[in-house]
Structures are given as C-alpha cells and as structure tokens.
Ligand binder design. Structure first.
Ligand SMILES: C[S@@+](CC[C@H](N)C(=O)[O-])C[C@H]1O[C@@H](n2cnc3c(N)ncnc32)[C@H](O)[C@@H]1O
Length: 270
C-alpha cells in the first residue's frame, strides 16, 4: 500500500464517487456531502440506484463465469470501491478457494477500508494497491502485484463502473491497452461503463451532479466504449446492457433499459 502509515485526508467535505456509490448501494461509508451529491444525481437519473445494484450483479455473474467457464484463477480489479459484500475475491474464492485477487483504487476511503478486502481464503491470496488507473505503468510496477499474481498465467483485468470517471483527456484507452499488454495471451478484460444511449437527458443530469461535486466523469456511447476492447476478442454476447449479459434471475425485478444504462463486456486476449 503506497501511502503506508501516512494519515489519510478523506476530504469528507467533498463528495467522492466511491462513497456516493456506497450510499446508492445502501452501504454505511458515506458523509453528508456524498449523500447530497448522490441524491442530486438520482434526482436527475432516477434509475441510478437500480443501475448500481445491476452493476454489482453483473460483476458477480461475470466473475463466476470467468472462474467456471473460462478457468481464470487470477484477477486484477481496478476501481474496486469500498468493500461491498460479496466482494470480488469472495465470489471467485467461493468457486475456487485458490483464486488470487489484486485490488487497486486511488480513493483514500477505499484504502482506509482495504483490510476487509484482504481477508481471503487461506489457499487463495488478495492484495491491495493504492494506485491510479491513469498511471498504468506505476500500477504495474508495484511489487505486491507480481508477488500476488503469476503474470505468466492468464489474468482477468476487471474495470467495473470506473472508466466513466476517467475522461478522454487522461487517455483511459491507452491506460487499459498498457495494462492488457502487460498480461499474457489468454487473459481477459471485463468492463462495465455508464452510457447516455437510452436516456441522454437523465444521464447528463446525473453527470452534471458529479461535476458539480468536483468529480470528473464522462459517459460514453456503445461506439465510444468499444475501443477499450481493441485488439481483443469480444466474447458473446458482446458489449450489451449489463442485465442482458448472461442473465440469471434478477433480484430486483425487470428494470428498464434506461434505468440500467450500463454496458458490459468480456473480451479475451488472443
Ligand atoms: C462506482 S465505483 C465502482 C466500484 C466497483 N468496481 C463496482 O463496480 O462495484 C468506482 C470506483 O473507481 C475508483 N476510481 C475512479 N477513478 C479512478 C482512477 N483513476 N484510478 C483508480 N480508481 C479510480 C473510485 O475511487 C471508486 O472506488
């Protein structure tokens, strides 16, 4: 963990995307500024809490798929968020206790709660990196990464509900490509991303609420998200609404496309 024992400045006076998301999911790690911004975003896009839950369900299904169907045992999860049960390693290790997960996030509140992410099975392993998606090379150089994962074996890079917080001027496409280059053939990219395709006015109001709180955000169309998968083989069913990606019985009814407004996809490195 890069910041070690330094005192963390959580800036609770300002909203943070991880804490807003925790509030939307019904968690307990948020402050008035986060709640206020999340309420504003939800006033603009009433589907937002549904989308957040649909996104967690997508993450769980896709991780189970990766372990069961694709035989993946190693995960690099960037933009992890505040621990939310079940966390990625719990889903993966329930399928195979030897699964290994490296988590990474750049938000100090996630770092403050990271210990909950490090309680894996005895057989499997987890690690946490205080790292930024916008600096992929320094993320890759953190010693805990190679100490936890065997980078000669396939890894699933999971970037869930995170790249929409990285606008184009930070080159998120280059960052994801750099990370995938560092992983061997047979590795995977799993991504989910908010989109204005179904309800542009509502989504743009929600984006404005994030911007008003000082949080960078950029939603992207289907065509705008596809380049994240350049050079990879996008697997069936492609880049689709997250609720349409290998669906199972939904715990929250049948939300409209506009309520979900998140695309998700899984691709394999040839
Ligand atoms: C909406 S949460 C998603 C959490 C989790 N991946 C999920 O889908 O349930 C987005 C997370 O991305 C993190 N994040 C945003 N920008 C980031 C960056 N440049 N580098 C690393 N993490 C980032 C935030 O701190 C937050 O924890």
């Amino acid at each position: 963990m890069g910041r070690g024992r330094q005192i963390l400045d959580l800036r609770v006076d300002k909203p943070h995307s991880a804490r807003m998301y925790d509030y939307l999911l019904g968690g307990k790690t948020h402050y008035p500024a986060d709640r206020e911004a999340a309420v504003k975003a939800t006033e603009g896009w009433p589907g937002l809490p549904t989308a957040a839950r649909a996104n967690r369900a997508f993450l769980h299904r896709a991780v189970r798929y990766l372990v069961r169907q694709a035989g993946v045992r190693q995960f690099l999860d960037i933009g992890t968020g505040i621990p939310t049960s079940p966390n990625l390693h719990e889903v993966a290790q329930a399928e195979d206790p030897s699964a290994r997960v490296v988590y990474a996030d750049n938000d100090p509140i996630v770092l403050a709660h990271a210990r909950a992410l490090l309680r894996g099975t005895g057989q499997g392993r987890t690690a946490y990196l205080d790292a930024d998606l916008r600096q992929p090379r320094s993320l890759l150089e953190q010693p805990e990464l190679a100490a936890t994962l065997d980078l000669a074996e396939p890894v699933a890079l999971t970037i869930i509900a995170t790249v929409h917080f990285v606008p184009d001027h930070h080159d998120p496409f280059g960052a994801v490509a750099t990370l995938m280059e560092a992983l061997p053939s047979g590795s995977f990219l799993l991504l989910s991303h908010a989109t204005p395709d179904f309800s542009p006015e509502e989504i743009n109001k929600a984006v404005a609420a994030y911007h008003a709180g000082g949080i960078e955000a950029q939603v992207r169309t289907h065509r705008g998200i596809l380049p994240f998968f350049d050079g990879l083989d996008l697997l069936d069913p492609g880049l689709v609404l997250i609720t349409d990606w290998h669906p199972d019985t939904s715990p929250f009814g049948t939300p409209t496309d506009s309520d979900v407004s998140f695309y998700g996809g899984l691709a394999k490195k040839p």
